[in-house]
Design a protein around this ligand. Structure first.
Ligand code: NAD
Length: 291
């Protein structure tokens, strides 16, 4: 079994990005500037945004964090989006999701300039991804693909089962895995909450991408010998033995599944760090595109 070490891979990609930033600086060019907008005080969102900002600093980007209280109106957020769209200093920005219930996420998403949409969630970028045109790919699926590439995991002709059909993970990763490219050329099955006999389906898979958000859902008996397993899940599970009072659990029962796998991602330290570097890579390409 080979561990798909997202933390180590992300570290080396960050060094590559940092040297590109250094080269930009040396040639007198502007360094990438990523902005993040956080509305409200959701603990997990604050942690995610915090690590994105920290990663920007690590690679030499400029970062701006815009925080607003949870009673911010939709109109006020649209104004922030408009300012970010028009600000030539900002190369790319993200609106951290979820937003408070009274704000229509779709309305905000549609207002983002697709050329600054480094999360790759705007329909223009989603459409371009479907057509295999240059675009910002959503960070988590792009991070998974990059991890498979860096470990030279064989994908051509393989049967990939993606568990979960969300717009940010399951659906886009299934699109990327079926592309005529490497990593890609898989035959993809998308499973979801209404799929029957998921166990047999998974058992027939050469590659399983678990993105359903149910701790340790994928067990050893669901996986065939030699399969590749990518665990996207991040769930906080109550754990009194931890100082924080919780631990982070993936969607895969690692102890049972790892011994059957050819490759597997750990949680934490697998897909999570790769998601952040994908965002950095998108921001770097935003700078190049704007030129
Ligand atoms: P979501 O809730 O939007 O989607 C979950 C999907 O799983 C749905 O399509 C649903 O149909 C499917 N599903 C639910 N129960 C199922 C079942 N019993 N059998 C089969 N399918 C089932 O979640 P999401 O935003 O796609 O996130 C999924 C998980 O990945 C979460 O734990 C989330 O925290 C995590 N996540 C991690 C990263 C990362 O960087 N590692 C990024 C995004 C999301």
């Amino acid at each position: 079994m080979i561990l798909l070490d997202g933390a180590a891979t992300a570290k080396s990609i960050k060094l590559e990005i940092a040297s590109e930033v250094e080269a930009l600086k040396k040639s007198g060019q502007k360094v990438p500037h990523l902005a993040a907008v956080l509305v409200g005080d959701d603990g997990a969102s604050m942690t995610y945004v915090g690590s994105k900002v920290k990663s920007c600093e690590e690679v030499g980007f400029v970062s701006t964090l815009i925080t607003r209280p949870s009673n911010t109106t939709e109109e006020e957020l649209l104004q922030i989006v408009d300012q970010l769209n028009r600000d030539p200093e900002i190369d790319g920005y993200i609106i951290q999701l979820p937003l408070p219930k009274h704000i229509n996420e779709h309305k905000i998403l549609l207002a983002i300039d697709p050329e600054k949409d480094v999360d790759g969630f705007h329909p223009v970028n989603v459409g371009k991804m479907m057509l295999n045109l240059p675009c910002f790919l959503p960070a988590t699926p792009a991070g998974i693909i990059e991890l498979l590439r860096r470990y030279q995991v064989p994908t051509e002709g393989k049967h990939a089962v993606v568990i979960g059909r969300s717009h940010i993970v399951g659906l886009p990763v299934s699109v990327l895995l079926q592309r005529n490219a490497y990593p890609g050329n898989c035959t993809v099955t998308i499973a979801h909450s209404r799929t029957s006999d998921l166990k047999s389906l998974c058992k027939s898979a050469d590659i399983v991408i678990a993105a359903l958000g149910k701790p340790e859902f994928v067990t050893g008996e669901m996986i065939k010998e030699g399969a590749v397993v990518v665990d996207v899940g991040i769930t906080r599970v109550v754990d009194a033995s931890k100082k924080s009072g919780f631990r982070i659990a993936g969607d895969v029962n690692f102890a049972e599944v790892a011994e059957k796998c050819s490759f597997i991602t750990p949680v934490p330290g697998g897909v999570g760090p790769m998601t952040i570097v994908s965002l950095l890579m998108n921001t770097l390409s935003a700078v190049k595109n704007h030129r």
